[in-house]
Design a binder for this molecule. Structure first.
Ligand code: AP5
Length: 228
C-alpha cells in the first residue's frame, strides 16, 4: 500500500414513490447523513415558477392541475442543475425520473460523466394514506424543513426546529382535487419505472408506511451497504 486514497465512486440514488410517500422528507435526511445532494425537480420547477422564467411560465398551470410537466422542460432543468459542482459527490434524485423518457435521459446523463444509478428505491405506500399526509403538510418558509399537522410537528409550536423561523407555508397543489390527479399521473407514468429499474437490477423496496424514523433507518442501511 502506498497510502494513496481511492475516491469511492459517487452514490446516486433515485427515490420513487407517489405524492406524499416521503421522498422529500427522506432525501433531506440522507443529504445530511451522507453528504449527498438532493435534487428535487418539484423544487426546481417551483423555483422556476416563482422566478417567472420561460420554463416556469409553461409549468405553472400544469403543476396546478396535478399533471406532469413536459419531459423536455424537466430534463433541461435537471441537466443544468446536475452540471453544478456540488452534485459531483453523489445525488439523491427526488421526483425524477417520472417517465420512461426521463429515465432514459438520466441514464445518458450519468454515463456522460462515467456514473451510474446506485439504487432506485421505491417507497411503498397506500394511496389512501397519501391524501392525509399531503393535506397536513407544511414547510418552513425560510429553510424548507417539512412538517405535518399530525405526524411531525415542531418541538416548540410555531418555531422551526431547524432554523428557528416562524413563517410556514402550504403548497398550492396540496388540495384534494389536485392530489387525486397527481396520484393518477403517478400510476400511469411513473409506476412503470419500478419494472424499469428492476430490469437494471438496482431496484430496492422500502415500506414507507412505517414511521418516518423507521423509513430513514431502512434507507440509511441501503446507502451504507452501497458505500461499503
Ligand atoms: P413534487 O414536488 O415532486 O411533488 P410529489 O411527487 O407530488 O411529491 P410530494 O412532494 O408531494 O411528496 P413527497 O413524497 O416528497 O412527500 P413528503 O416528504 O413531502 O412535484 C410537484 C409537481 O411538479 C408534480 O405534480 C408535477 O406537476 C411537477 N413535476 C415534478 N417533477 C417532475 C418530473 N420529473 N416530471 C414532470 N413533472 C414534474 O411527505 C409528505 C408529508 O407526509 C409531510 O408532511 C411529511 O412530514 C409526512 N410524512 C413523510 N413520511 C411520513 C411517514 N413515514 N409517516 C407519516 N408521515 C410522513
Amino acid at each position: 500500500m502506498d497510502g494513496t486514497q481511492i475516491k469511492p465512486t459517487a452514490v446516486n440514488l433515485v427515490l420513487l414513490g407517489p405524492p406524499g410517500a416521503g421522498k422529500g422528507t427522506q432525501a433531506r435526511k440522507l443529504e445530511e447523513a451522507f453528504d449527498l445532494k438532493q435534487l428535487s425537480t418539484g423544487d426546481l420547477l417551483r423555483a422556476a415558477v416563482a422566478a417567472g422564467t420561460e420554463a416556469g411560465l409553461a409549468a405553472k398551470a400544469v403543476m396546478e392541475r396535478g399533471d406532469l410537466v413536459s419531459d423536455d422542460i424537466v430534463i433541461a432543468i435537471l441537466r443544468d442543475r446536475l452540471s453544478d459542482d456540488d452534485c459531483a459527490g453523489g445525488v439523491i434524485f427526488d421526483g425524477f425520473p417520472r417517465t420512461t423518457v426521463q429515465a432514459g435521459a438520466l441514464d445518458e446523463l450519468m454515463s456522460e460523466t462515467g456514473q451510474t444509478i446506485t439504487a432506485a428505491i421505491s417507497l411503498e405506500v397506500d394511496d389512501a394514506a397519501m391524501i392525509e399526509r399531503i393535506s397536513g403538510r407544511y414547510t418552513c418558509s425560510a429553510c424548507g424543513e417539512g412538517y405535518h399537522d399530525s405526524f411531525k410537528t415542531p418541538a416548540k409550536e410555531g418555531v422551526c426546529d431547524n432554523c428557528g423561523g416562524s413563517d410556514f407555508k402550504r403548497r398550492a397543489d396540496d388540495n384534494a382535487e389536485t392530489v387525486a390527479q397527481r396520484l393518477k399521473a403517478y400510476h400511469a407514468d411513473t409506476a412503470p419505472l419500478i419494472a424499469y429499474y428492476a430490469d437494471q437490477q438496482v431496484l430496492q423496496g422500502v415500506d414507507a408506511m412505517q414511521p418516518i424514523d423507521a423509513v430513514e433507518n431502512d434507507l440509511k442501511a441501503i446507502v451504507q451497504t452501497a458505500l461499503a
